[in-house]
Design a protein around this ligand. Structure first.
Ligand code: V55
Ligand code: FE
Length: 488
């Protein structure tokens, strides 16, 4: 018998598990869905299938629940399915949780020894005609982009020997090559990074293995014209701690952030580690080169945003002690002292960026972020876990950091990660649409909004009204319909 979930903040209110799969044909739409939009908006949210084995759990350990909004000819059809990971299938069979703490297999039920820990809960991206559900602790899981049926976990026909795979690969806009990596690639709590370039047909074109200065967390990455960058956040993993039933991560206030830089086609001997002050590293906006220097745009926070992974003393900052801004980190590959230098790009907390992916790795101009704006009726907004209080979208000019326009959906609403969709193949950078979910907290219901990216302050061109709430996602992406038809 399935017991009730705990009424903890991460398991109740807006974040109460939904455990739901289904289809909704022809969403109700206010306004006009642009006729030129043809593709799918994919996103994945953690949504635990069974009550946690350890009594309570953290947001980022929930089973991946993937949703697709298929947009064509002005209508939108909705579909949501779990990623059928080995873990999901085994727990479903047992009708209970068998996996314990986040990325600590020593806290799992002995009956699942050796089974992949992955939930596929962090991102969904198209590559080689398939939709890939990603979680940085394991290899990716392939899904059918139209039916959302799970196909299975893949090592790319034996080409990828890393045990892990990032949730934030980057796609070269010219070639479509996927730049990706795994960390803890050689085993749990190891310092190994395995870096890969995989072409659009799934062939590995390049591979390099190297070692981080400490066994840190590498959640995202960046590419520039000539380089790949790996930002290492100051958490450490430790096998002995895990064996003793402890947490995978410990925050390390005494460690620098290190930025690993490798030429795109480089080997282990080419990697260099640049150091910057201790900080929590957020999600890559973009990166580019100018006159030989690398510029990496990323939100940095003065202290540990993941309070559920405290430091050695058990300390975590209060949310009110966190100060976050979007930084431009400058790395000069010729610098002998290997220092990275940061300057403030946007002096405000903002996260979950969306850029025009056709301008990845270039001196881009347009970026859209979740941030704060307008009034917020806190009485109607229940406490939310990590970074889920953002209530507005910001359109930022990356040339100077200026906030060009903002849109806040209302005093009792928060927002989820947006995606940018170009108006068409020839459209200039930033000319297109911003798609995102809005949480109508007072109505316990979500909207999918479509904004004109150049005029987000004008409000949605179209709003698809969902008759239910959609738990906060981590990440997602847009895929044009042509991508579904590519033979794989
Ligand atoms: C992050 C998120 C994760 C994870 C490790 O945002 C790091 C950072 C959503 O899962 O497993
Ligand atoms: Fe992420």
């Amino acid at each position: 018998m399935t017991k009730p979930f705990p009424r903890s903040p991460q398991m109740s209110g807006w974040e109460a598990p939904q455990r739901f799969e289904g289809d909704l044909y022809d969403l109700e739409i206010e306004g006009e869905v642009p006729a030129d939009l043809n593709g799918s908006f994919f996103r994945v949210a953690p949504d635990p299938q069974y009550p946690p084995r350890m009594g309570d759990d953290i947001f980022i350990n929930g089973d991946g629940s993937v949703s697709a909004f298929r947009i064509e000819d002005g209508h939108i059809d909705f579909k949501t399915r779990y990623v059928q990971t080995p873990r999901y299938l085994r727990e479903r069979e047992a009708r209970e949780s068998l996996f314990g703490l986040y990325r600590n297999p020593y806290t799992n039920d002995p009956s699942v020894a050796g089974l992949s820990n992955t939930t596929g809960n962090t991102n969904v991206v198209m590559h080689n005609g398939l939709l890939w559900a990603l979680k940085e602790d394991s290899l990716p899981i392939a899904m059918d982009p139209l039916t959302l049926e799970t196909i299975g976990q893949s090592d790319f026909a034996g080409q990828v020997r890393s045990q892990t795979f990032t949730a934030h690969p980057k796609f070269d806009p010219g070639t479509g090559d996927m730049y990706c990596f795994g960390y803890e690639a050689g085993g749990l709590a190891s310092s190994d990074i395995a870096y890969y370039v995989i072409d659009p047909s799934g062939k590995v074109k390049h591979e390099a293995w190297f070692t981080m200065p400490y066994p840190g967390m590498v959640h995202d990455m960046a590419i520039t014209e000539n380089y790949v960058l790996f930002p290492v956040a100051p958490f450490t993993s430790d096998l002995e701690r895990m064996k003793a039933g402890g947490l995978h991560w410990q925050w390390e206030p005494g460690l620098d952030v290190v930025y690993g830089v490798i030429p795109r086609d480089g080997g282990a001997e080419d990697v260099r580690w640049f150091r910057g002050p201790n900080a929590f590293v957020g999600h890559t906006l973009n990166a580019f080169e100018d006159r030989g220097k690398i510029y990496y745009d990323v939100p940095l926070t003065n202290d540990n945003v993941f309070g559920f992974f405290p430091d050695a003393k058990g300390r975590s900052p209060l949310p009110s002690e966190l100060k976050s801004s979007v930084m431009r980190v400058e790395i000069d590959p010729r610098r002998a002292d290997l220092r990275a230098q940061g300057e403030v790009l946007v002096d405000a907390p903002a996260e979950f960026p969306a850029v025009d992916d056709r301008y990845l790795a270039t001196a881009y101009r347009h970026v859209f972020l979740m941030g704060f704006g307008g009034a917020m009726d806190l009485a109607s907004v229940p406490a939310q876990p990590y970074n889920m209080m953002f209530n507005a979208f910001l359109h930022v000019d990356a040339h100077n950091g200026a906030v060009r326009t903002t849109w806040a959906p209302g005093a009792a609403a928060t927002v989820q990660e947006p995606v940018f969709v170009p108006r068409g193949p020839g459209a200039p950078e930033g000319d297109g649409y911003l798609l995102a979910l809005v949480n109508r907290l007072d109505e316990v219901r979500s909207d999918l909004v479509i904004l004109d990216a150049e005029h987000i302050d004008a409000g949605p061109i179209a709003t698809a009204r969902l008759p239910f709430r959609m738990k906060n996602a981590l990440h997602g992406s847009w895929a044009a319909a042509e991508e579904f038809n590519r033979p794989s």
